[in-house]
Design a protein around this ligand. Structure first.
Ligand SMILES: [Ca+2]
Ligand SMILES: [Ca+2]
Length: 336
């Protein structure tokens, strides 16, 4: 596989434009100053208060981001431990990574997914914080293909995806994207249908039409990818969100999202990464209802249980924003 030049765009403030010709991946997070609203408004909007169950710790959720601080109290119980690896300086399970107890950093080829950026921990907490997460009990698998600025190469993304697939992830949140298609990555994702894996990815932060200008790997086109746009508190698209009436499946909150960074400090952030994290959490809830659901069933449940919004009608296929309560309710109504 070719190596890719780093060409990273990460701008503070709302409204950076994504370079469609970039050959790298980037963490699709976008920092903004925290607003005055409750930073956990998104939990209320997706009706988490009505869900009433904590998830299932056997459901493995893979996370492609900047890793996570697995020492933090609110994450540690929900980080998947590799049962075939011990800390002894050796690659006990022969998967190419020494002592990958908590996950990997594929850029540095180490078994240490520690987050030195902040976004990854925030995203991990949105999914699986023990109190504030969408699934309060889950197994997060961590793979970090990015440098400390949140950029990386598609070769390292490939390795990170492969790692998560091999560790048994059922859902994989891809919080990164780049402008060029890499066939090997798209093939890897398509092949993961055999293992019933659903990938959840962002439409991107460029504000563009995803039908016409794809981000990758979200734009690979495989039917086991669910593409997510970012919505605001009024169930309209955020100013930065890309959209696609034919290729983006649903929306999820993506602006002023409260959480915690790698130092355990409170942070309020915006970007497509958080929207895909929220949908990943809801997908984990759905699979927790019935681990035997296929990727296609989970995808349909998520799409059929949205809250329809007039402002999203022509922007995403489902015409709406994810609703955790309705998704769980629909999942429970299906034959087990
Ligand atoms: Ca290993
Ligand atoms: Ca070892």
């Amino acid at each position: 596989m070719k190596s890719f030049r780093l060409f990273f765009i990460f701008v503070l403030g709302v409204g950076f434009s994504f370079n469609g010709f970039a050959t790298e991946i980037q963490s699709v997070g976008l920092e903004v100053l925290g607003g005055k609203q409750n930073p956990y408004w998104y939990l209320k909007q997706i009706e988490m208060d009505r869900v009433g169950f904590v998830g299932n710790p056997t459901i493995s959720v893979g996370l492609i981001s900047t890793g996570a601080n697995y020492h933090l109290d609110f994450l540690k119980p929900n980080i998947a431990i590799n049962p075939f690896e011990t800390v002894n300086g050796q690659d006990d399970d022969g998967n190419g990574y020494i002592d990958d107890v908590y996950g990997v950093n594929t850029r540095e080829n180490t078994g240490d997914p520690m987050d030195y950026h902040g976004i990854g921990t925030h995203v991990a907490g949105v999914i699986g914080h023990t109190n504030l997460g969408i699934v309060k009990q889950t197994s997060l698998l961590l793979a970090n293909p990015l440098n400390d600025q949140g950029a990386g190469s598609t070769a390292d993304l490939y390795k990170a995806l492969k790692y998560l697939i091999d560790r048994g992830a059922r859902i994989i949140d891809i919080g990164v994207g780049g402008g060029s298609r890499t066939e090997l990555v798209c093939e890897l994702i398509a092949k993961a249908k055999e293992q019933n894996i659903l990938f959840i990815a962002t439409a991107g932060n460029s504000g563009g039409n995803f039908d016409e200008e794809k981000l990758y790997p979200s734009g690979c086109g495989s039917d086991n990818i669910l593409v997510v746009a970012s919505s605001n508190e009024n169930d309209a698209l955020t100013g930065f969100s890309s959209y696609g009436p034919n290729s983006v499946h649903l929306a999820a909150p993506g602006i002023n999202i409260g959480g915690f960074n790698h130092l355990g400090e409170h942070a309020v952030l915006s970007g497509g990464s958080f929207s895909s994290a929220i949908v990943t959490g809801v997908a984990a809830l759905v699979l927790s209802v019935n681990p035997n659901f296929t990727y296609d069933q989970v995808k349909k449940i998520l799409m059929y249980s949205v809250d329809i919004s007039p402002d999203l009608k022509d922007k995403v296929i489902s015409g709406g924003r994810v609703n955790a309560y309705k998704a769980v309710r629909l999942a429970r109504s299906m034959p087990h």
